[in-house]
Design a protein around this ligand. Structure first.
Ligand SMILES: NC(=O)c1ccc[n+]([C@@H]2O[C@H](COP(=O)([O-])OP(=O)(O)OC[C@H]3O[C@@H](n4cnc5c(N)ncnc54)[C@H](O)[C@@H]3O)[C@@H](O)[C@H]2O)c1
Length: 455
């Protein structure tokens, strides 16, 4: 199939590359000339394990192309996947400006196409416009209207929300738990089912449904996952107040098969480019129809407070005197396996400490560049995790990268000016921290404070 992917971000680039890997002829289109230049020169604008090799393989085979030239990219495609960003506006609604721009471009391209693909009245050949970006319910209708105001030729709409996770995106795309396809007619459902068939050979389901329901599946899924995180964080905070240990509570609770053990880890709350904006979008969708989404408003608020509570742990330890203190950070990315720092808890924490006069030194295996785009040189970036600790007044662990899980604790203690660790991911055992003489703060477990601890 001839496919055009619009937007070569985390979703678009993975989608395009994986579809090319199955033998499709794929053009990835972006308005960001810098990204396209990087891709054309053999690089990759994002960090995603395994992606570079897969891109190289498919470029070499002639199935994967990158362009900024909209017209031919839209004209030649049988299927267009829209994968542009849908960020949050300040008030929680979804900014659809990029989606609308794409719709205008597609409408104009279909209008001027010669009929080979665009504008074919034959259902088997009509161009399919697939919305893969996460968009509020009703957006497909709006996009269809935007296109239809520019052309009277035939095209089909579909909603195909994406569920890949940064860090395991290729595996997630190639072996999805499920594929959701929302359509207005059976023929379009069949054509997209054919496209996805190679990815579900193991029997995972392709659910074909109406477009509105497909749009809602994405929000319902992300809202559920975010709810689990806020739930366990709230229980963790109760544990802390009553002297219970969230790790033990979690184990006891998750043994119940009705509850399960996925996505129930306490920490600094959810971040990234999806959960924060998608939960707010649900709240906003509710208010559009005069419905108060009580639970999801609370999920958002709990998440916000989780970061604030952790900042309070740090400031309280230093009696609110952070001016001139040097704080080392391990982990900047919002989760391991990605360089994405959008809505990362680390950024909130760093800004809070910088505002109080602290100096921040940070190490992340892959996220220095993306962090620099947000914080510039307000913080120092260190290539080697232990070097970040030299002379620091404390270590803050923000991301649970594997390499932070079994560090040389003796060396950490030697390098820190004072042996204090704030562990936002509960990576270390309290007993071991006590043996080494660390002052150790974590989440949902009592802190370890040595008898002779001095500030
Ligand atoms: N990142 C994830 O893990 C993830 C997972 C599932 C769903 N989603 C959803 O997928 C969508 C894309 O997310 P992302 O993280 O890949 O975004 P991103 O910001 O990484 O990438 C979006 C790309 O679209 C490009 N773009 C913007 N306007 C364009 C236009 N008119 N024509 C061509 N290209 C254009 C941008 O330059 C950018 O490269 C969002 O709706 C997001 O909510 C993201």
């Amino acid at each position: 199939m001839r496919i055009t992917i619009v937007g070569t971000g985390y979703v678009g680039l993975v989608t395009g590359t994986c579809l090319a890997d199955m033998g499709n002829d794929v053009v990835c289109l972006d308005v960001d000339q810098g990204k396209i230049d990087i891709l054309r020169s053999g690089g990759c604008p994002i960090y995603e394990p395994g992606l570079v090799d897969l891109i190289h393989r498919n470029v070499k085979s002639g199935r994967l192309h990158f362009t900024t030239d909209k017209k031919p990219a839209y004209e030649q495609a049988e299927v267009i996947f829209i994968c542009v960003g849908t960020p949050s506006t300040g008030d929680g609604r979804v900014d659809l400006a990029m989606m609308v721009q794409v719709a205008e471009d597609i409408g104009n391209a279909i209008e001027s196409a010669d009929g080979k693909t665009g504008g074919d009245a034959n259902e088997r050949r009509a161009k399919i416009i697939v919305v893969k970006s996460t968009v509020p319910v009703g957006t497909n209708v709006r996009i269809k209207q935007e296109i239809a105001t520019r052309t009277e030729k035939h095209f089909r709409m579909a909603s195909n929300p994406e569920f890949l996770k940064e860090g395991t995106a290729i595996k997630d795309f190639k072996r999805p738990d499920r594929v959701i396809i929302g359509v207005e007619d059976d023929g379009t459902g069949d054509r997209l089912r054919d496209l996805y068939e190679p990815f579900v050979r193991q029997g995972n389901p392709i659910h074909v449904m109406d477009i509105t329901s497909a749009e809602m599946v994405k929000y319902a899924s992300n809202a559920m996952l975010a709810t689990k995180i806020s739930f366990i964080n709230e229980i963790a905070n109760l544990c802390e107040s009553y002297g219970a240990d969230i790790d033990q509570v979690r184990r006891g609770m998750c043994a119940d098969r009705r509850i399960g053990n996925q996505f129930l880890y306490p920490g600094l709350g959810y971040g990234g480019s999806c959960f924060p904006k998608d939960v707010l979008a649900c709240v906003s969708m509710g208010s559009e129809v005069n419905m108060e989404t009580l639970l999801l408003s609370a999920v958002h608020e709990v998440n916000h407070r989780q970061r604030q509570a952790f900042i309070k742990k740090i400031t309280r330890h230093f009696n609110d005197h952070l001016s001139g203190k040097k704080i080392a950070f391990w982990g900047i990315a919002f989760k391991p396996g990605t360089d994405d720092v959008r809505e990362a808890p680390s950024i909130t924490l760093m800004i809070a400490l910088l505002n109080r006069g602290a100096k921040v030194v940070a190490h992340d295996p892959v996220a220095h560049e993306t962090c620099r785009q947000v914080l510039g040189d307000q913080i120092a970036y260190v290539e080697e995790p232990l070097s970040a600790l030299d002379g620091a007044d404390a270590l803050v662990v923000c991301t649970d990268w594997d390499e932070f899980k079994h560090p040389d604790l003796g060396e950490i203690k030697k390098r820190l000016k004072s042996p204090v660790i704030f562990d936002g991911r509960n990576l270390y055992r309290r007993r071991v921290m006590a043996e080494y003489g660390f002052t150790y703060y974590c989440v949902g477990r009592e802190p370890v404070v040595p008898q002779d601890a001095t500030m």
